[in-house]
Design a protein around this ligand. Structure first.
Ligand code: BGC
Length: 448
């Protein structure tokens, strides 16, 4: 395949920017949530984070040093619209103008995510995703961003992991706003989120200053076959896309969150199982969700091994004792980057970007002043090799974004977990490239 392939790294606004109350930014739900005692590990919050808002020049210089070709970052909605809608804050636009110009002049291609979970607090108080107006609020914000930045930026992603901000924000309550809403409400929110995606795509295309590429970035826990027997491959494929029978587990599913966007319909097994909880699904809502998009983004960290069980149904294979895992206790499963993209491409037939993949390690600064994160190097190379194998087998993959460029605020885990290629000392804000950053630099040079 000869298409452009981008080696990149990703971050998100609240996780790195800091400057939580600066230059007219409005509050968002994560500001409010993490300032409440007991919500985040050791009461950490993102008020300062990596202070990227003030240090973006240094951070772009480090990207250049690593040789990163693409940088995926998110815009903080409440910097642009402090109240979520209505009045635009010029200083918010100005910050991203400076960042984008700095990226471009250093040869790093910007990829903008519109929404990576920091929902404007004012809108939340007006009902948030429960409110049917939330569809228009998001479209208005998306339009403003594209109108302003599309003279220089050509790749936009609407939502990062909608499963997470609804599933963890409103089903398990482990993320902001920290609620356990009734299932009926969460299905309605998901419906509005996908309508908001569709309406935003329409609004963005209408104002773009040049042809732009628009994508969507859900996540999945991949199901990989336990062997290359056709029955196991089929078992893995069907489990991957099946809607969970337990309605309280629906929010993590692939097809519930992607079939409406890609095909304009909800999966039938889900419609049957979740009937008591579903909102009124109007054909025009589905048509709105199903706007043509240019690529399918996917955040993949790990997965299961699946085989056909004795009863003919798919079953997950138990992990072996002492299996490899990351500091987050997530299993290390490189084959997820082969089978995930392969199954997703078969179903959705869109170019794929791996918008996130990476590992949290117990990093430390050694006596020699370096961070020897050998396991991150090993993890990343193993995953990337599987991704390239999928590409060789015909899956149209256009890029890979390591999560994350630098250590940052890991949501409920605070600063306890480190995912970065760059080590951040939060006392001094000193950045140090880890061994993995030097490894990635070499990898990129050799795989242009
Ligand atoms: C999110 C990131 C997060 C990462 C590691 C993804 O679910 O998009 O914001 O830091 O996983 O947990």
């Amino acid at each position: 395949m000869n298409q452009e392939f981008i080696w990149g790294a990703a971050t998100s606004s609240y996780q790195i920017e800091g400057a939580a109350d600066e230059d007219g930014k409005g509050l968002h739900i994560w500001d409010v949530y993490s300032r409440q005692p007991g919500m985040v590990f050791d009461n950490h919050n993102g008020d300062v984070a990596c202070d990227h808002y003030h240090r973006y020049r240094e951070d772009v210089a480090l990207m250049k040093e690593i040789g990163i070709q693409g940088y995926r970052f998110s815009i903080s909605w409440s910097r642009i619209f402090p109240e979520g809608t209505g009045k635009v804050n010029e200083k918010g636009l100005a910050f991203y103008d400076k960042l984008i110009d700095e990226l471009i002049s250093n040869g790093v291609k910007p990829y903008i995510t519109l929404f990576h979970w920091d929902y404007p607090y004012e809108l939340y108080q007006r009902g948030g995703w429960m409110n049917p107006d939330s569809v228009d609020w998001f479209a208005e914000y998306a339009k403003t961003v594209v109108e302003h930045f599309s003279d220089r930026v050509t790749c936009f992603i609407t939502f990062n992991e909608p499963q997470c901000f609804i599933g963890m924000g409103h089903v398990t309550g482990r993320h902001a706003p920290g609620l356990k809403n009734p299932l009926r409400d969460t299905f309605l929110m998901a419906h509005h989120v996908m309508m908001a995606h569709g309406k935003a795509v329409q609004a963005m295309r209408a104002v773009a200053k040049q042809p732009i590429l628009i994508g969507y970035a859900p996540t999945s826990t991949v199901c990989a076959p336990d062997s290359d027997r056709a029955e196991d491959i089929e078992a893995a494929r069907s489990l991957y896309f099946q809607c969970p029978e337990k309605p309280e587990e629906w929010s993590w599913n692939v097809s519930w969150w992607s079939d409406p966007v890609m095909f304009g319909r909800y999966p039938e097994d889900g419609i049957r199982q979740y009937a008591p909880y579903l909102p009124d699904i109007r054909p025009e809502d589905l048509a709105l969700m199903n706007q043509p998009i240019d690529f399918y983004g996917q955040n993949i960290y790990n997965g299961y091994r699946v085989r056909q069980g004795g009863d003919g149904k798919p079953e997950c294979v138990k992990r072996s004792p002492g299996y490899d895992k990351t500091a987050m206790e997530w299993p290390v499963t490189p084959e997820s980057l082969y089978w995930g993209p392969r199954f997703l491409y078969e179903r959705y037939q869109k170019p794929i970007y791996i918008t996130e993949n990476g590992m949290a390690c117990h990093d430390m600064i050694s006596r020699d002043g370096h961070i020897h994160d050998a396991s991150r190097i090993d993890f990343t190379e193993a995953y990337i090799r599987e991704l390239l194998r999928a590409r060789e087998d015909g899956v149209d993959i256009r890029g890979y974004f390591y999560w994350s460029l630098m250590d940052n605020f890991e949501w409920t885990e605070g600063y306890r977990e480190r995912f970065g290629l760059i080590y951040v000392d939060y006392q001094t804000q000193k950045r140090t490239l880890k061994d993995s950053a030097y490894w990635y630099r070499e990898w990129i040079q050799n795989h242009r």
